[in-house]
Design a protein around this ligand. Structure first.
Ligand code: EPS
Length: 381
């Protein structure tokens, strides 16, 4: 089983992540991790923090001579902004300054404060911040390297930003290349211009903006996941992973909620055979019975608008319970493109875990042998 644990506050010294369960013999490219981190920093509507950071990971353990050892892998990402926060965020006793007492609606501030008895909401917001997702992206970009050489592809794009939807055809050859280059993650230039204008207009009003992101995983063999065990169902694991990303309020697999409105014949993907079984449509989003069915796995996630508003909402001051406006922390007006990279990483983590559950062994040589045997049996089925 693959698992990871992150640590770090947004204005602390660094973020760290320990990944456990990686087999030995995986060729590791640090560049691939850093490319994913750079992708997470982009997008129209980001706040000032992304000008300060140049996120790069250091590998502290578990990799030698470019290959995993099979031992836990520790990664570290420095916070450049720490320089400006040492006095406020230091571990030593005198350091509690700039107390936050007016919680932001929609953020973890108030409930986190109640739960942990923090009367300075900074103690909550520092960890609840989406900065932590940098560590998750690094973990996802690391573990998916297990899949290199098995023909698995992760394709990610932004479906919509606020009310603006990408209008390009997803079947265009260069759809994902265009989406990747776009500051809003759209493949259509016209829709991109609309989304940029919308973000700018809302930002001026002190608003924040959400959206929908999608990751498609191609090249997975049928049978990852389980129909036998509820907690090994691939769709359940993907929904958990995507929902655990900050600000996600909804997750769909394939047709998702629309399947509830349609009749069965318009939902279920009919089966054909041509050099192997295939489905004539992919409404199931590549998952039936909790298992990959060989079609692309399609995960969509809805991100709410970020809770920090520059035109702040009503709240109550913890000290005297007086009505106040929420505290304003530096933030992003729109982080939907960044969120798409985080959801991709979360999906990649679960897919890799399911892959290792199916073909797992202590080393890549065993995994390759198991995969090849399975694929041979599948071709003859
Ligand atoms: C983020 C870093 C944070 C925020 C943002 C995401 O840095 P700072 O608080 O110093 O500006 O910009 O977090 C949020 C919007 C939030 O609500 O948590 C990052 O690295 O992605």
């Amino acid at each position: 089983m693959l698992r990871f644990l992150t640590a770090g506050e947004t204005h602390g010294k660094c973020l760290t992540v320990i990944v456990e369960g990686m087999p030995a013999g995986v060729k590791v490219s640090l560049d691939k991790i850093n490319e994913a981190l750079a992708r997470r920093q982009k997008g129209h509507g980001r706040g000032g923090r992304m000008q300060i950071e140049r996120d790069t990971a250091q590998i502290l353990s578990g990799v030698r001579g470019g290959y995993t050892l099979g031992s836990p892998i520790a990664l570290l990402i420095e916070n450049k902004d720490w320089e400006n926060w040492q006095e406020i965020m230091g571990a030593e006793e005198a350091a509690a300054k700039r107390v936050v007492t007016c919680p932001r609606p929609g953020h973890a501030d108030l409930t986190g404060g109640i739960k942990y008895n923090h009367r300075d909401f900074r103690n909550v917001l520092e960890r609840a911040s989406a900065r932590e997702t940098a560590a998750r992206v690094a973990a996802g970009a690391l573990v998916r390297q297990v899949l290199d050489g098995f023909g698995v592809q992760f394709l990610t794009h932004v479906v919509s930003i606020g009310p603006v939807r990408d209008s390009a055809n997803i079947n265009d050859d260069d759809f994902f290349e265009r989406a990747e280059k776009s500051p809003v993650g759209f493949a259509s230039k016209a829709a991109e211009a609309q989304a940029v204008a919308y973000i700018d207009e809302m930002k001026k009003k002190g608003e924040s903006i959400g959206g929908v992101v999608e990751t498609i995983v191609k090249g997975l063999p049928a049978g990852l996941g389980s129909y036998v065990h509820y907690d090994r169902k691939l769709d359940a694991k993907l929904a958990f992973a995507a929902m655990s990303v900050n600000a996600i309020k909804g997750v769909e697999i394939g047709m998702g909620f629309a399947a509830a409105e349609a009749v069965g014949s318009k939902v279920h993907d009919q089966i054909g055979y041509e050099n192997g079984f295939y489905r004539k449509t992919n409404n199931a989003g590549g998952i039936e019975g909790g298992m990959s069915n060989g079609e692309p796995v399609v995960v969509r996630a809805a991100m709410k608008p970020i809770p920090t508003l520059y035109a702040p909402l009503d709240t109550v001051d913890l000290r005297d319970k007086s009505p106040q406006k929420a505290s304003v922390e530096r933030s992003d007006a729109c982080a939907v493109p960044a969120c798409s990279v985080v959801v991709e990483a979360a999906v990649a983590f679960e897919i890799t875990d399911a892959f290792l559950e199916q073909f797992g062994g202590a080393c890549m040589a065993d995994i390759r042998a198991s995969y090849d045997a399975y694929m041979k049996r599948m071709r003859e089925f």
